[in-house]
Design a protein around this ligand. Structure first.
Ligand SMILES: *Cc1c(COP(=O)(O)O)cnc(C)c1O
Length: 481
Protein backbone atom coordinates (compact mmCIF):
# COMPACT_ATOMS: atom_id res chain seq x y z
CA UNK A 1 0.00 0.00 0.00
CA UNK A 2 1.05 3.56 -0.67
CA UNK A 3 -0.28 6.56 1.18
CA UNK A 4 -0.32 10.23 0.18
CA UNK A 5 1.30 12.70 2.59
CA UNK A 6 0.17 16.31 2.92
CA UNK A 7 3.36 17.54 1.21
CA UNK A 8 2.38 15.59 -1.91
CA UNK A 9 4.82 12.72 -1.44
CA UNK A 10 3.57 9.18 -1.67
CA UNK A 11 5.22 6.66 0.66
CA UNK A 12 4.86 2.92 1.16
CA UNK A 13 2.98 2.18 4.35
CA UNK A 14 2.98 -1.01 6.42
CA UNK A 15 -0.51 -2.48 6.78
CA UNK A 16 0.61 -4.62 9.71
CA UNK A 17 1.99 -4.27 13.23
CA UNK A 18 5.36 -5.76 14.12
CA UNK A 19 4.90 -7.88 17.24
CA UNK A 20 7.92 -10.18 17.18
CA UNK A 21 11.37 -8.87 16.33
CA UNK A 22 14.81 -10.34 15.88
CA UNK A 23 17.82 -8.24 16.80
CA UNK A 24 20.58 -7.56 14.33
CA UNK A 25 23.93 -5.84 14.67
CA UNK A 26 26.26 -3.77 12.53
CA UNK A 27 29.79 -5.17 12.83
CA UNK A 28 32.48 -2.44 12.55
CA UNK A 29 34.23 -1.94 9.21
CA UNK A 30 37.39 -3.83 10.22
CA UNK A 31 35.38 -6.93 11.09
CA UNK A 32 33.45 -6.61 7.85
CA UNK A 33 36.67 -6.41 5.87
CA UNK A 34 37.94 -9.58 7.56
CA UNK A 35 34.60 -11.36 7.13
CA UNK A 36 34.25 -10.72 3.41
CA UNK A 37 37.85 -11.80 2.82
CA UNK A 38 37.24 -15.03 4.78
CA UNK A 39 34.10 -15.53 2.67
CA UNK A 40 36.17 -15.41 -0.53
CA UNK A 41 34.37 -12.17 -1.52
CA UNK A 42 31.27 -14.32 -1.98
CA UNK A 43 28.34 -13.00 0.06
CA UNK A 44 26.81 -16.50 0.20
CA UNK A 45 29.67 -17.55 2.45
CA UNK A 46 29.14 -14.86 5.11
CA UNK A 47 27.65 -15.83 8.45
CA UNK A 48 24.60 -13.82 9.47
CA UNK A 49 26.30 -12.67 12.69
CA UNK A 50 28.45 -10.53 10.39
CA UNK A 51 25.46 -9.17 8.45
CA UNK A 52 23.41 -6.11 9.42
CA UNK A 53 20.65 -6.16 6.77
CA UNK A 54 20.33 -9.47 4.97
CA UNK A 55 19.26 -8.63 1.43
CA UNK A 56 20.78 -11.73 -0.13
CA UNK A 57 17.38 -13.07 -1.10
CA UNK A 58 13.66 -12.87 -0.47
CA UNK A 59 13.57 -16.68 -0.46
CA UNK A 60 12.31 -18.12 2.80
CA UNK A 61 13.18 -14.88 4.62
CA UNK A 62 9.83 -13.10 4.56
CA UNK A 63 7.92 -12.25 7.71
CA UNK A 64 5.09 -14.69 8.34
CA UNK A 65 1.71 -13.60 9.61
CA UNK A 66 0.12 -14.46 12.96
CA UNK A 67 -2.41 -16.58 11.05
CA UNK A 68 0.33 -18.55 9.35
CA UNK A 69 2.05 -19.25 12.66
CA UNK A 70 -1.26 -20.21 14.25
CA UNK A 71 -2.03 -22.61 11.38
CA UNK A 72 1.28 -24.38 11.97
CA UNK A 73 -0.01 -25.53 15.35
CA UNK A 74 -2.67 -27.72 13.80
CA UNK A 75 -0.31 -29.55 11.46
CA UNK A 76 -1.34 -33.16 10.91
CA UNK A 77 1.88 -35.16 10.90
CA UNK A 78 0.82 -38.20 8.90
CA UNK A 79 3.07 -39.77 6.30
CA UNK A 80 0.08 -40.41 4.06
CA UNK A 81 -3.33 -38.79 3.83
CA UNK A 82 -2.48 -35.79 6.04
CA UNK A 83 -5.34 -33.32 6.51
CA UNK A 84 -2.72 -30.55 6.19
CA UNK A 85 -2.24 -31.50 2.56
CA UNK A 86 -5.97 -31.33 1.87
CA UNK A 87 -6.10 -27.87 3.40
CA UNK A 88 -3.30 -26.85 1.00
CA UNK A 89 -5.14 -28.44 -1.92
CA UNK A 90 -8.29 -26.47 -0.96
CA UNK A 91 -6.30 -23.23 -0.94
CA UNK A 92 -4.76 -24.02 -4.34
CA UNK A 93 -8.22 -24.71 -5.76
CA UNK A 94 -9.62 -21.51 -4.26
CA UNK A 95 -6.75 -19.21 -5.28
CA UNK A 96 -5.73 -20.70 -8.65
CA UNK A 97 -8.53 -23.09 -9.59
CA UNK A 98 -6.39 -26.23 -9.96
CA UNK A 99 -7.64 -29.72 -9.06
CA UNK A 100 -4.32 -31.56 -8.84
CA UNK A 101 -1.55 -30.54 -6.46
CA UNK A 102 1.93 -32.03 -6.06
CA UNK A 103 3.83 -30.67 -3.05
CA UNK A 104 7.62 -30.35 -3.27
CA UNK A 105 10.17 -29.17 -0.76
CA UNK A 106 10.94 -25.99 -2.72
CA UNK A 107 10.75 -24.45 -6.19
CA UNK A 108 13.81 -26.20 -7.63
CA UNK A 109 12.41 -29.55 -6.52
CA UNK A 110 9.34 -28.81 -8.63
CA UNK A 111 11.68 -27.94 -11.51
CA UNK A 112 13.50 -31.23 -11.01
CA UNK A 113 10.23 -33.17 -11.23
CA UNK A 114 9.15 -31.28 -14.35
CA UNK A 115 12.51 -31.88 -16.03
CA UNK A 116 12.39 -35.61 -15.18
CA UNK A 117 8.82 -35.94 -16.43
CA UNK A 118 8.80 -33.88 -19.63
CA UNK A 119 12.28 -33.37 -21.06
CA UNK A 120 14.14 -35.86 -23.26
CA UNK A 121 17.78 -35.41 -24.32
CA UNK A 122 17.91 -32.96 -27.22
CA UNK A 123 14.66 -31.24 -26.27
CA UNK A 124 14.39 -27.49 -26.05
CA UNK A 125 12.65 -25.47 -23.34
CA UNK A 126 11.64 -21.94 -24.26
CA UNK A 127 11.59 -19.28 -21.57
CA UNK A 128 10.92 -15.56 -21.16
CA UNK A 129 14.11 -15.72 -19.10
CA UNK A 130 15.94 -18.47 -17.28
CA UNK A 131 16.38 -18.83 -13.55
CA UNK A 132 19.60 -20.45 -12.29
CA UNK A 133 17.97 -23.61 -10.95
CA UNK A 134 15.41 -23.93 -13.75
CA UNK A 135 18.21 -23.90 -16.32
CA UNK A 136 20.37 -26.34 -14.35
CA UNK A 137 17.54 -28.90 -14.17
CA UNK A 138 16.79 -28.67 -17.90
CA UNK A 139 20.47 -29.19 -18.70
CA UNK A 140 20.91 -32.05 -16.21
CA UNK A 141 18.44 -34.17 -18.21
CA UNK A 142 20.04 -33.29 -21.56
CA UNK A 143 17.72 -30.44 -22.57
CA UNK A 144 18.58 -27.02 -23.87
CA UNK A 145 17.24 -23.65 -22.68
CA UNK A 146 16.36 -21.02 -25.25
CA UNK A 147 15.55 -17.59 -23.88
CA UNK A 148 13.21 -15.63 -26.11
CA UNK A 149 12.79 -12.37 -24.24
CA UNK A 150 12.02 -9.10 -26.01
CA UNK A 151 14.79 -6.68 -26.89
CA UNK A 152 13.54 -4.40 -24.09
CA UNK A 153 14.35 -6.95 -21.40
CA UNK A 154 18.01 -6.09 -21.05
CA UNK A 155 17.67 -2.30 -21.02
CA UNK A 156 18.30 -1.57 -17.37
CA UNK A 157 17.42 2.16 -17.41
CA UNK A 158 13.91 2.00 -18.76
CA UNK A 159 10.25 2.81 -18.22
CA UNK A 160 8.93 -0.19 -20.14
CA UNK A 161 6.31 -1.76 -17.86
CA UNK A 162 6.58 -5.42 -18.97
CA UNK A 163 10.20 -6.32 -19.61
CA UNK A 164 9.34 -9.93 -18.71
CA UNK A 165 7.28 -10.41 -21.89
CA UNK A 166 8.12 -13.30 -24.19
CA UNK A 167 8.94 -12.34 -27.79
CA UNK A 168 6.29 -13.94 -30.00
CA UNK A 169 8.31 -13.61 -33.21
CA UNK A 170 11.20 -15.45 -31.60
CA UNK A 171 8.69 -18.05 -30.39
CA UNK A 172 7.47 -18.62 -33.93
CA UNK A 173 11.04 -18.79 -35.21
CA UNK A 174 12.00 -21.35 -32.55
CA UNK A 175 9.09 -23.56 -33.60
CA UNK A 176 10.31 -23.37 -37.20
CA UNK A 177 13.93 -24.05 -36.24
CA UNK A 178 13.43 -26.92 -33.80
CA UNK A 179 9.98 -28.26 -34.65
CA UNK A 180 7.18 -28.19 -32.09
CA UNK A 181 7.74 -31.84 -31.14
CA UNK A 182 11.25 -30.97 -29.89
CA UNK A 183 9.94 -28.22 -27.63
CA UNK A 184 9.18 -29.82 -24.26
CA UNK A 185 7.36 -26.75 -22.98
CA UNK A 186 7.36 -22.98 -22.91
CA UNK A 187 8.03 -21.56 -19.46
CA UNK A 188 6.79 -18.17 -18.31
CA UNK A 189 8.50 -16.87 -15.19
CA UNK A 190 6.57 -14.43 -13.02
CA UNK A 191 8.52 -12.25 -12.34
CA UNK A 192 11.87 -12.66 -14.14
CA UNK A 193 14.21 -13.05 -11.21
CA UNK A 194 17.59 -12.56 -12.91
CA UNK A 195 16.80 -9.42 -14.90
CA UNK A 196 15.28 -7.41 -12.13
CA UNK A 197 11.98 -9.00 -11.08
CA UNK A 198 10.29 -7.70 -14.24
CA UNK A 199 6.71 -8.84 -14.94
CA UNK A 200 4.97 -9.97 -18.11
CA UNK A 201 1.54 -8.70 -19.12
CA UNK A 202 -1.65 -10.70 -19.24
CA UNK A 203 -1.95 -9.81 -22.90
CA UNK A 204 1.47 -11.36 -23.55
CA UNK A 205 0.60 -14.53 -21.64
CA UNK A 206 -2.62 -14.88 -23.65
CA UNK A 207 -0.72 -14.60 -26.94
CA UNK A 208 1.98 -17.04 -25.80
CA UNK A 209 -0.74 -19.51 -24.89
CA UNK A 210 -2.44 -19.06 -28.29
CA UNK A 211 0.78 -19.86 -30.11
CA UNK A 212 1.62 -22.75 -27.77
CA UNK A 213 -1.85 -24.30 -28.17
CA UNK A 214 -1.66 -24.08 -31.95
CA UNK A 215 1.46 -26.26 -31.81
CA UNK A 216 0.42 -28.42 -28.85
CA UNK A 217 3.24 -27.13 -26.67
CA UNK A 218 2.41 -27.14 -22.94
CA UNK A 219 2.64 -23.81 -21.12
CA UNK A 220 4.45 -24.03 -17.80
CA UNK A 221 4.06 -21.09 -15.43
CA UNK A 222 6.69 -20.42 -12.75
CA UNK A 223 4.61 -18.52 -10.21
CA UNK A 224 7.24 -18.02 -7.53
CA UNK A 225 6.49 -14.27 -7.48
CA UNK A 226 3.00 -14.46 -8.85
CA UNK A 227 1.30 -12.01 -6.49
CA UNK A 228 3.85 -9.36 -7.45
CA UNK A 229 3.32 -10.04 -11.17
CA UNK A 230 -0.45 -9.73 -10.59
CA UNK A 231 0.09 -6.46 -8.71
CA UNK A 232 2.12 -5.07 -11.64
CA UNK A 233 -0.62 -6.11 -14.07
CA UNK A 234 -3.12 -4.30 -11.87
CA UNK A 235 -1.02 -1.13 -11.65
CA UNK A 236 0.58 -1.08 -15.13
CA UNK A 237 -1.62 -2.87 -17.68
CA UNK A 238 -4.47 -1.06 -19.41
CA UNK A 239 -7.89 -2.22 -18.26
CA UNK A 240 -6.80 -3.92 -15.05
CA UNK A 241 -6.73 -1.13 -12.46
CA UNK A 242 -10.23 -2.00 -11.29
CA UNK A 243 -9.56 -5.71 -10.95
CA UNK A 244 -8.61 -7.32 -7.68
CA UNK A 245 -5.44 -9.39 -7.23
CA UNK A 246 -7.69 -12.42 -6.72
CA UNK A 247 -9.39 -11.85 -10.08
CA UNK A 248 -6.11 -11.25 -11.90
CA UNK A 249 -4.68 -14.51 -10.53
CA UNK A 250 -7.68 -16.35 -11.94
CA UNK A 251 -7.30 -14.45 -15.25
CA UNK A 252 -3.67 -15.60 -15.46
CA UNK A 253 -4.38 -19.23 -14.66
CA UNK A 254 -6.80 -19.57 -17.60
CA UNK A 255 -3.77 -19.86 -19.86
CA UNK A 256 -1.68 -22.26 -17.80
CA UNK A 257 -1.23 -25.99 -18.36
CA UNK A 258 1.20 -26.64 -15.53
CA UNK A 259 1.77 -24.25 -12.66
CA UNK A 260 4.62 -24.46 -10.21
CA UNK A 261 6.03 -22.19 -7.59
CA UNK A 262 8.54 -21.78 -4.85
CA UNK A 263 6.50 -21.16 -1.71
CA UNK A 264 9.45 -19.22 -0.33
CA UNK A 265 8.68 -15.87 -2.03
CA UNK A 266 5.10 -14.57 -2.47
CA UNK A 267 3.63 -17.20 -0.14
CA UNK A 268 6.14 -16.43 2.67
CA UNK A 269 6.87 -20.03 3.72
CA UNK A 270 9.45 -22.72 2.94
CA UNK A 271 8.09 -25.13 0.37
CA UNK A 272 6.90 -25.46 -3.18
CA UNK A 273 4.38 -27.20 -5.41
CA UNK A 274 3.16 -28.11 -8.86
CA UNK A 275 -0.52 -27.81 -9.82
CA UNK A 276 -2.56 -28.55 -12.92
CA UNK A 277 -6.04 -29.32 -14.14
CA UNK A 278 -4.90 -31.97 -16.55
CA UNK A 279 -4.82 -35.46 -15.11
CA UNK A 280 -2.41 -36.70 -17.77
CA UNK A 281 0.25 -34.25 -16.58
CA UNK A 282 -0.41 -35.12 -12.95
CA UNK A 283 -0.07 -38.82 -13.74
CA UNK A 284 3.17 -38.19 -15.57
CA UNK A 285 4.78 -36.35 -12.65
CA UNK A 286 3.39 -38.20 -9.64
CA UNK A 287 5.47 -41.42 -9.89
CA UNK A 288 8.68 -39.39 -9.49
CA UNK A 289 7.46 -37.61 -6.37
CA UNK A 290 8.17 -40.37 -3.81
CA UNK A 291 11.53 -41.05 -5.51
CA UNK A 292 12.87 -37.55 -4.98
CA UNK A 293 10.64 -35.72 -2.50
CA UNK A 294 8.26 -37.83 -0.45
CA UNK A 295 4.73 -39.20 -0.48
CA UNK A 296 1.99 -37.41 -2.43
CA UNK A 297 0.61 -35.64 0.64
CA UNK A 298 3.81 -34.02 1.90
CA UNK A 299 6.40 -34.02 -0.91
CA UNK A 300 9.37 -33.25 1.30
CA UNK A 301 7.68 -30.39 3.16
CA UNK A 302 7.02 -30.36 6.87
CA UNK A 303 3.30 -30.45 7.57
CA UNK A 304 3.73 -27.20 9.53
CA UNK A 305 4.96 -25.46 6.40
CA UNK A 306 2.14 -27.02 4.37
CA UNK A 307 -0.39 -25.48 6.78
CA UNK A 308 1.37 -22.11 6.63
CA UNK A 309 1.48 -22.28 2.85
CA UNK A 310 -2.28 -22.81 2.64
CA UNK A 311 -2.73 -19.59 4.63
CA UNK A 312 0.09 -17.79 2.77
CA UNK A 313 -1.47 -18.49 -0.64
CA UNK A 314 -4.76 -16.93 0.45
CA UNK A 315 -3.04 -13.98 2.13
CA UNK A 316 -0.91 -13.12 -0.91
CA UNK A 317 -4.14 -12.45 -2.81
CA UNK A 318 -4.91 -9.53 -0.47
CA UNK A 319 -4.04 -6.12 -1.91
CA UNK A 320 -2.02 -5.09 1.15
CA UNK A 321 0.08 -8.25 1.05
CA UNK A 322 0.57 -8.46 -2.73
CA UNK A 323 1.88 -4.88 -2.75
CA UNK A 324 3.89 -5.05 0.48
CA UNK A 325 7.24 -5.93 -1.09
CA UNK A 326 6.92 -4.09 -4.38
CA UNK A 327 6.03 -0.71 -2.87
CA UNK A 328 9.07 -0.76 -0.57
CA UNK A 329 11.31 -1.83 -3.46
CA UNK A 330 10.03 1.11 -5.49
CA UNK A 331 10.81 3.46 -2.59
CA UNK A 332 14.34 2.02 -2.36
CA UNK A 333 14.88 2.29 -6.13
CA UNK A 334 13.62 5.89 -6.14
CA UNK A 335 16.02 6.92 -3.33
CA UNK A 336 18.98 5.44 -5.23
CA UNK A 337 17.89 7.02 -8.51
CA UNK A 338 17.65 10.41 -6.78
CA UNK A 339 21.26 10.01 -5.66
CA UNK A 340 22.44 9.16 -9.16
CA UNK A 341 23.04 5.45 -8.53
CA UNK A 342 22.35 3.33 -11.65
CA UNK A 343 19.53 0.93 -10.84
CA UNK A 344 17.22 -1.28 -12.86
CA UNK A 345 13.97 0.51 -13.66
CA UNK A 346 11.06 0.16 -13.47
CA UNK A 347 11.34 -1.23 -9.94
CA UNK A 348 10.70 -4.98 -9.92
CA UNK A 349 9.11 -7.63 -7.77
CA UNK A 350 11.76 -9.00 -5.45
CA UNK A 351 14.67 -6.64 -5.08
CA UNK A 352 16.38 -3.42 -5.94
CA UNK A 353 18.96 -4.25 -8.61
CA UNK A 354 22.03 -2.04 -9.00
CA UNK A 355 23.54 -2.08 -12.49
CA UNK A 356 27.20 -2.92 -11.89
CA UNK A 357 28.31 -2.21 -15.45
CA UNK A 358 27.14 1.39 -15.16
CA UNK A 359 28.24 1.65 -11.50
CA UNK A 360 31.75 0.25 -12.14
CA UNK A 361 32.42 0.86 -15.86
CA UNK A 362 36.19 0.55 -15.27
CA UNK A 363 35.94 -3.14 -14.24
CA UNK A 364 36.06 -5.48 -17.25
CA UNK A 365 33.37 -8.15 -17.30
CA UNK A 366 35.87 -11.07 -16.86
CA UNK A 367 36.75 -9.48 -13.51
CA UNK A 368 33.14 -9.80 -12.34
CA UNK A 369 31.91 -6.24 -11.72
CA UNK A 370 28.66 -7.42 -10.07
CA UNK A 371 30.56 -9.69 -7.68
CA UNK A 372 32.94 -6.86 -6.84
CA UNK A 373 30.01 -4.51 -6.26
CA UNK A 374 28.23 -6.97 -3.92
CA UNK A 375 31.45 -7.37 -1.92
CA UNK A 376 32.02 -3.59 -1.79
CA UNK A 377 28.42 -2.90 -0.70
CA UNK A 378 28.88 -5.33 2.18
CA UNK A 379 32.18 -3.76 3.14
CA UNK A 380 30.78 -0.21 3.40
CA UNK A 381 27.37 -1.07 4.89
CA UNK A 382 27.15 -4.54 6.41
CA UNK A 383 24.37 -5.20 3.90
CA UNK A 384 24.46 -8.55 2.15
CA UNK A 385 23.37 -8.49 -1.50
CA UNK A 386 23.80 -11.14 -4.19
CA UNK A 387 25.79 -11.19 -7.41
CA UNK A 388 23.57 -11.76 -10.43
CA UNK A 389 25.94 -11.63 -13.36
CA UNK A 390 28.81 -13.64 -14.83
CA UNK A 391 29.68 -15.39 -11.55
CA UNK A 392 26.08 -16.66 -11.50
CA UNK A 393 26.58 -18.03 -15.04
CA UNK A 394 28.52 -21.28 -15.25
CA UNK A 395 31.30 -21.92 -17.76
CA UNK A 396 30.50 -23.52 -21.14
CA UNK A 397 31.48 -27.08 -22.12
CA UNK A 398 34.93 -25.85 -23.20
CA UNK A 399 35.53 -24.28 -19.79
CA UNK A 400 35.24 -20.67 -20.93
CA UNK A 401 33.54 -18.01 -18.87
CA UNK A 402 30.16 -17.08 -20.35
CA UNK A 403 29.56 -13.36 -20.02
CA UNK A 404 26.13 -12.68 -18.50
CA UNK A 405 23.66 -10.41 -20.27
CA UNK A 406 23.52 -8.18 -17.22
CA UNK A 407 25.82 -7.51 -14.28
CA UNK A 408 23.60 -6.79 -11.29
CA UNK A 409 24.02 -6.58 -7.54
CA UNK A 410 20.65 -7.63 -6.22
CA UNK A 411 19.41 -6.19 -2.93
CA UNK A 412 16.40 -8.29 -2.08
CA UNK A 413 13.72 -6.76 0.10
CA UNK A 414 12.14 -9.62 2.07
CA UNK A 415 8.45 -8.93 2.51
CA UNK A 416 7.45 -7.09 5.71
CA UNK A 417 10.95 -7.47 7.24
CA UNK A 418 12.81 -4.17 6.81
CA UNK A 419 11.67 -0.63 7.56
CA UNK A 420 11.96 2.63 5.68
CA UNK A 421 14.84 3.88 7.85
CA UNK A 422 16.80 0.73 7.09
CA UNK A 423 16.21 1.33 3.37
CA UNK A 424 17.30 4.97 3.78
CA UNK A 425 20.52 3.74 5.43
CA UNK A 426 21.11 1.28 2.58
CA UNK A 427 20.56 3.98 -0.05
CA UNK A 428 22.93 6.34 1.79
CA UNK A 429 25.82 3.87 1.98
CA UNK A 430 25.38 2.69 -1.62
CA UNK A 431 25.38 6.32 -2.76
CA UNK A 432 28.59 6.90 -0.74
CA UNK A 433 30.12 3.90 -2.47
CA UNK A 434 29.03 5.28 -5.83
CA UNK A 435 30.90 8.51 -5.05
CA UNK A 436 34.00 6.40 -4.29
CA UNK A 437 33.48 3.88 -7.10
CA UNK A 438 36.94 4.44 -8.59
CA UNK A 439 38.40 2.70 -5.53
CA UNK A 440 36.62 -0.58 -6.32
CA UNK A 441 38.46 -3.18 -8.43
CA UNK A 442 37.78 -6.63 -9.82
CA UNK A 443 37.81 -10.21 -8.53
CA UNK A 444 39.24 -13.54 -9.67
CA UNK A 445 38.34 -17.11 -8.72
CA UNK A 446 40.58 -19.08 -6.35
CA UNK A 447 38.13 -21.98 -5.80
CA UNK A 448 35.51 -22.75 -8.42
CA UNK A 449 32.88 -25.51 -8.27
CA UNK A 450 31.77 -27.06 -11.59
CA UNK A 451 28.05 -26.25 -11.30
CA UNK A 452 26.17 -23.24 -9.86
CA UNK A 453 29.58 -21.90 -8.88
CA UNK A 454 28.14 -18.74 -7.34
CA UNK A 455 26.99 -20.67 -4.27
CA UNK A 456 30.34 -21.98 -3.02
CA UNK A 457 33.01 -20.36 -5.20
CA UNK A 458 35.77 -18.31 -3.55
CA UNK A 459 37.48 -15.30 -5.06
CA UNK A 460 40.13 -12.74 -4.25
CA UNK A 461 40.63 -9.11 -5.22
CA UNK A 462 42.84 -8.44 -8.26
CA UNK A 463 44.48 -5.50 -6.39
CA UNK A 464 44.42 -4.28 -2.77
CA UNK A 465 41.24 -2.29 -3.46
CA UNK A 466 39.32 -3.54 -0.42
CA UNK A 467 42.01 -2.05 1.87
CA UNK A 468 41.85 1.28 0.04
CA UNK A 469 38.08 1.37 0.24
CA UNK A 470 38.25 0.61 3.96
CA UNK A 471 40.65 3.56 4.50
CA UNK A 472 38.38 5.98 2.65
CA UNK A 473 35.38 4.77 4.65
CA UNK A 474 37.16 5.20 8.01
CA UNK A 475 38.16 8.72 6.99
CA UNK A 476 34.50 9.67 6.53
CA UNK A 477 32.72 7.59 9.19
CA UNK A 478 35.36 6.46 11.73
CA UNK A 479 36.16 2.90 12.76
CA UNK A 480 32.97 2.10 14.67
CA UNK A 481 30.52 2.43 11.79
C1 LIG B 1 13.38 -18.82 -6.13
C2 LIG B 1 12.92 -19.16 -7.45
C3 LIG B 1 12.94 -20.49 -7.91
C4 LIG B 1 13.52 -21.63 -7.09
O1 LIG B 1 12.82 -21.79 -5.92
P1 LIG B 1 13.50 -22.34 -4.56
O2 LIG B 1 12.38 -22.45 -3.62
O3 LIG B 1 14.54 -21.34 -4.16
O4 LIG B 1 14.12 -23.66 -4.89
C5 LIG B 1 12.44 -20.74 -9.17
N1 LIG B 1 11.97 -19.75 -9.95
C6 LIG B 1 11.95 -18.47 -9.54
C7 LIG B 1 11.41 -17.42 -10.44
C8 LIG B 1 12.43 -18.12 -8.30
O5 LIG B 1 12.42 -16.84 -7.92
Amino acid sequence: MKIQLSDGRSIPIEMHKIRIVQSTQLPPIKRRAAAIKEAGYNTFLLRTRDVFLDMLTDSGTNAMSDNQLAAMMRADDAYAGSESFFRLADAVKEVFGFDYVIPAHQGRAAEHLLAKSFIKPGDVVLMNYHFTTSKAHVEQVGGKVLEIFTDDALITDSDIPFKGNLDLNKFEEAIKTYGAEKIAYVRMEATTNLIGGQPFSLDNLRKVKDMASKHKIPLVFDGSLISENAYFIQSREKGFDGRSIKEILKDLMKYVDIFYMSGRKSAAVRGGMIATNQKKFYDQILPWLPVYEGFATYGGMSTKEIEAMAVGLREMTEQEVASSGADFIEYFVDRLKEKGVPVVTPAGGLACHVDARRFLPHIPQPEYPAGALAAAIYLVSGIRSMERGTISTDRDAQGNDVMADLELARLAVPRRVYTMSQLDYAADRIAWLHNHRDLVGGLKFIEEPPVLRFFFGKLQTVSPWAENLQKAFIKDFGEDC
